[in-house]
Design a protein around this ligand. Structure first.
Ligand code: DQA
Length: 147
């Protein structure tokens, strides 16, 4: 089984970016944890972070063509704006889980609309870096693995 974890714009700055909102854990630290979880479950993990909508769209297309079974994605600000990302996920016909570090429902009104959430298998918001781990474990289980 293969799993793809994607991170959207500005998440390369995790650890130093608004730590009161997003915590002090870096993206590298988060990914290290996810690799450990996947390795223990015998799942192949690919990850990608981009500040560019089109790059994320391309990676989603690629996932559909290369046998990825599940996507975990923090679309960041694109959550609230991107029909292109939604369409890419629908076209890929791959199940996905939407993750947010912060609780988007406790923040500005514009963060409470997601262009992806209704198409997602589930959404995890507000649990910080743990949210990624929970999402990855859920994805592994849905692909038939144990985590
Ligand atoms: C975020 C929430 C988004 O509203 C914001 O634009 C982000 C990060 C989160 O992980 O909490 O960049 O997706």
């Amino acid at each position: 089984p293969r799993l793809l974890v994607l991170h959207g714009p500005n998440l390369n700055r995790l650890g130093t970016r608004e730590p009161q909102q997003y915590g002090r854990t870096s993206l590298a630290d988060i990914e290290q944890r996810l690799h450990a979880v996947c390795e223990a479950a015998g799942v192949e993990l690919a990850t990608g972070q981009s500040n560019h909508e089109g790059q994320l769209v391309d990676w989603i297309h690629e996932a559909a063509d290369t046998g990825v079974g599940f996507i975990v994605i923090n679309p960041a600000a694109l959550t609230h704006t991107s029909i292109a990302l939604r369409d890419a996920l629908l076209a890929a016909e791959l199940p996905f889980i939407e993750v947010h570090l912060s609780n988007v429902h406790a923040r500005e009104g514009f963060r409470q609309r997601s262009y992806l959430a209704d198409a997602a298998a589930g959404v995890i918001t507000g649990l910080g870096a743990d949210g990624y781990e929970f999402a990855v474990r859920a994805a592994i289980r849905r692909m038939g693995g144990q985590a």
